[in-house]
Design a protein around this ligand. Structure first.
Ligand code: 4AD
Ligand code: MG
Length: 480
């Protein structure tokens, strides 16, 4: 008998069929004449209730079945007497595939803290919360590909190991095969990287954008979707040292086309989750509501998770310039409300997360697209505006998340870009190939990057980015 997934059995009417299921025990309830086992195989948030007659199987069998054990159960699907489920499985055969010693198994059928679960990241997918998040994460990855494929964008695989620093922020993890205890020296007394594997300095990519631009300058519209790495101080609830980024890059798009695409994509992803992940979202919605109760009144959000998701799909994002945002911040009465206490920055300063949260959560109460930032606080590749002071950058800010997307129209003018590269002190031998695209058939083009985990945070209503990636990498954490 072939295994059937529990999701299928709970959705289709299979009453009277004899089936086999396999999965992990969530709970076991014994009584003299009946044993109930809740079995979960991860295909769906719900368990299949297995009903067994202890007199038929003998007591010994059930002594070896505890929370966490893996079972194969064959039996008949019958209507359930219980209130929790429509059908259950009347066991005819039970095989223990793997036991789990209750003295040692860390997951007990009770609520564990997220902090504790992070310490057992190898087992946390066995919980309702994490299995729901992982299923939603899967659906979102699929939706990303579907969105772009349907639009005729091509998925471009950009390298993980690079010789450049796309963001120019110097937050790279080095890649080397040199013996760290015995580094070869060059004539200047520095490290002789010509003896390294790639015969030059290399690092893990911080972004696939620069290579993505090369793709757009031939295929017109591409996107990347891969892991990116930042050795920045990522000890916040919004930063990971290893995160996944989606980076579309489009020839012939200006900054407005870029904003339109980003807004359309974000709405599409949220709508996809609402259409395809409702069982998990309902569970996560309930979970988020319970979390809210533990917060102080002023910290509570006005909408539930599901309301927030629907709101994003149904409302236009607020678009404004950095300069307009600074004016709003200057005129705000933020100091009267404790939650939004912040210093008003002068024009030219980067916005802090308190500023972003004020704009999104207090002032506009909707997602915001900020454009035209001062060029000094943005990356070298962004297109300079007519005023000579700002660049055609765009950041999208989401409630509860802050920056979810960063992007820009790119500087397509060779002389301007070359000048900027020199001003900032980027070595031309690192980016000569990038500059080449501006020499040979340059074209206006734009793109952006969506932090995948920040999107999953928004969609699942979770509060910490470590809880929306299976194996989080943060300072001091690479155990699993
Ligand atoms: O704003 P960022 O640094 O932009 C870029 O990397 C551009 N190359 C994107 C582009 O134009 N193609 O990063 C883009 C997004 C941020 O808005 C944020 O959502 C996410 O990536 N992000 C992080 N997510 C998790 N952990 C981190 N340490 C992140 N840093 C950025
Ligand atoms: Mg950014």
């Amino acid at each position: 008998l072939k295994r059937t997934k529990i999701k299928h059995l709970l959705q289709e009417n299979e009453v009277g069929q004899t089936v086999n299921i396999k999965g992990w025990v969530r709970t076991k309830r014994d009584s003299k004449n009946v044993v109930f086992i809740a079995l979960n195989d991860g295909s769906v948030i719900h368990n299949m209730q297995v009903v067994a007659d202890p007199n038929r199987f003998g007591e010994e069998l059930f002594k070896s079945i505890h929370t966490g054990a893996c079972l194969s159960v064959t039996g008949e699907i019958t209507p359930s007497q219980g209130s929790g489920q429509k059908v259950e499985l009347a066991a005819a055969q039970i095989e223990v595939l793997g036991t789990a010693d209750p003295e040692q198994y860390p997951l007990q059928p009770k609520k564990h803290s997220l902090e504790f679960l992070r310490e057992i990241a190898h087992l946390r997918p066995r919980t309702n919360t994490f299995s729901a998040i992982l299923r939603v994460r899967h659906a979102m990855a699929y939706a990303v590909h579907k969105f772009f494929n349907d639009k005729g964008f091509f998925y471009l695989h950009t390298p993980i190991i690079t010789g450049s620093d796309a963001e120019g922020a110097g937050e790279m993890f080095r890649v080397t095969t040199l013996d760290l205890h015995n580094l070869p020296k060059n004539e200047q007394g520095g490290i002789d990287f010509t003896q390294d594997f790639f015969e030059k300095e290399t690092n893990l990519t911080v972004s696939g954008q620069l290579e993505g631009e090369l793709g757009a300058m031939a295929l017109s519209e591409i996107y990347t979707f891969g892991p990116t790495f930042r050795a920045e101080n990522s000890n916040t609830t919004r930063h990971l040292a290893e995160f996944w980024m989606i980076e579309p890059e489009m020839a012939f798009y200006d900054i407005n086309d870029n904003m339109d695409l980003a807004e359309e994509m974000l709405k599409y992803l949220v709508q996809y989750a609402l259409d395809n992940c409702m069982e998990d979202l309902e569970f996560l919605n309930q979970r988020a509501l319970e979390e809210e109760k533990n917060k102080k009144q002023e910290e509570r959000s006005e909408m539930s998770l599901l309301e927030r998701l629907r709101f994003v799909v149904e409302n236009d994002f607020q678009r404004l310039t950095y300069t307009e945002a600074i004016d709003i911040l200057k005129n705000s009465n933020h100091n009267k409300k404790k939650k939004f206490q912040f210093l008003i920055e002068a024009w030219g300063a980067d916005l802090q997360s308190e500023h972003e949260r004020y704009l999104v959560e207090k002032h506009f109460k909707k997602p915001v697209i900020l454009t035209n930032y001062p060029k000094e606080i943005k990356s070298f590749y962004m297109r300079e505006n007519e005023d000579g002071k700002t660049v055609a950058a765009m950041d999208i800010l989401f409630p509860g998340i802050g920056e979810i997307v960063g992007g820009s129209q790119r500087e397509e003018r060779y002389e301007k870009l070359k000048q900027r590269v020199q001003e900032i002190g980027i070595k031309e031998e690192q980016v000569w190939w990038y500059l080449d695209t501006r020499k040979f058939g340059t074209a206006p083009h734009s793109g952006f990057g969506l932090g995948f985990e920040r999107m999953i945070l928004f969609i699942t209503g979770m509060g910490n980015i470590r809880d929306v990636i299976p194996f989080p990498r943060t300072p001091g954490n690479a155990e699993f």
